[in-house]
Design a protein around this ligand. Structure first.
Ligand code: SAM
Length: 291
């Protein structure tokens, strides 16, 4: 069956990934010069948590819905990335007429955070989903101010063609469904090619955590040969070896912004606790801790 993100929108992994994404964008925006954001696996951009797919899986209950409930009594000092994510979600829902069930995907969250100087390219392989994403970007109520291009195609191929960006500043999100047995090779090749073309880019790869040991071996294979600093930030809501399936969410970041590790070590445990997690979080360098 073809992967449909509408079953998973707003689950704990989406929340973790989207907070990390907004934190990366915010770090890049500390400099006035614009940058290119590429989302190689973009999805539809906007999901209805009251829709049939979402209701069938119920995954958002333990994700965004739980976080919003916990945010009514937040910790004394809520991590800035969590706060920013909650603010972005509230703003988008308000722009959509107060919908309590709308959930933005990575392209909509990113486009909403962008300044006029920044540019976005969103790639989605399924033509129908790419069209849906284009419609989202065209909605006047969502006030997307930045230059946005939606491409229907293969994210890895497009990435090659887009690098290096003319601005010489860029952030790439790679968020595959991991249903293709060839995905590992495609990711490793994409990293090698992208770093050859644009070695200073910031690259973020989302990955699932099922069994921690397997994940660690996989991370070592994926990053073999990379010279740039590579950080991994992880949050498990159930013990990494339990049989529930998806136990945790990870983000591998090549060339992470300064202090991204320190910040993640603060906001990840908060997020874990707000989501009622029963395991923990981890921040670790896979290659060359940035100096
Ligand atoms: N990044 C999205 C978000 O956070 O809202 C979710 C993306 S979802 C995990 C993965 C998406 O990638 C699916 O919509 C799928 O159709 C699409 N996809 C699968 N293979 C692809 C490829 N080779 N190139 C581009 N998109 C692909």
């Amino acid at each position: 069956m073809q992967y449909r993100h509408s079953f998973h929108a707003g689950n704990f992994a989406d929340v973790h990934k989207h907070i990390a994404l907004l934190a990366l964008i915010s770090a890049l925006q500390k400099k006035a010069k614009g940058f290119l954001f590429v989302d190689t696996h973009a999805g539809e951009g906007l999901y209805d948590l009251a829709g049939a797919d979402s209701r069938r899986s119920n995954e958002s209950e333990a994700g965004v819905t739980r976080l919003l409930a916990a945010a009514r009594q937040p910790p004394d000092v809520l991590g800035a990335p969590i706060e920013e994510y909650l603010r972005a979600l509230a703003t988008l829902r308000q722009r959509l007429g107060g919908s309590a069930h709308a959930y933005p995907g990575s392209p909509l969250l990113a486009a909403s955070a962008m300044r006029e100087a920044d540019q976005c390219v969103f790639v989605e392989t399924l033509a129908q989903q790419a069209r849906a994403l284009q419609r989202v970007m065209d909605q006047p109520a969502l006030l997307v101010r930045t230059a946005v291009r939606v491409v229907s195609g293969d994210g890895y191929q497009q990435l090659k063609a887009l690098l290096p960006p003319p601005q010489r500043r860029g952030l790439v999100l790679i968020d595959p469904p991991y249903e293709n047995p060839d995905e590992e090779r495609q990711i490793a090749t994409a990293f090698t090619e992208a770093l050859t073309r644009f070695e200073t880019g910031v690259y973020a790869l989302w990955y699932p955590i099922k069994k921690q040991h397997d994940t660690d071996l996989w991370l070592a294979r994926i990053t073999r040969g990379i010279q740039q600093p590579v950080l991994a930030i992880e949050m498990c809501v159930t013990e990494p070896d339990s049989a529930v399936g998806l136990n945790g969410s990870g983000m591998l970041i090549i060339n992470p912004p300064w202090q991204f590790d320190v910040d993640a070590a603060q906001w990840q445990p908060q997020l874990h606790d707000m989501l009622g997690g029963k395991s923990g979080t981890r921040v670790h360098w896979l290659v060359n801790e940035a100096g």
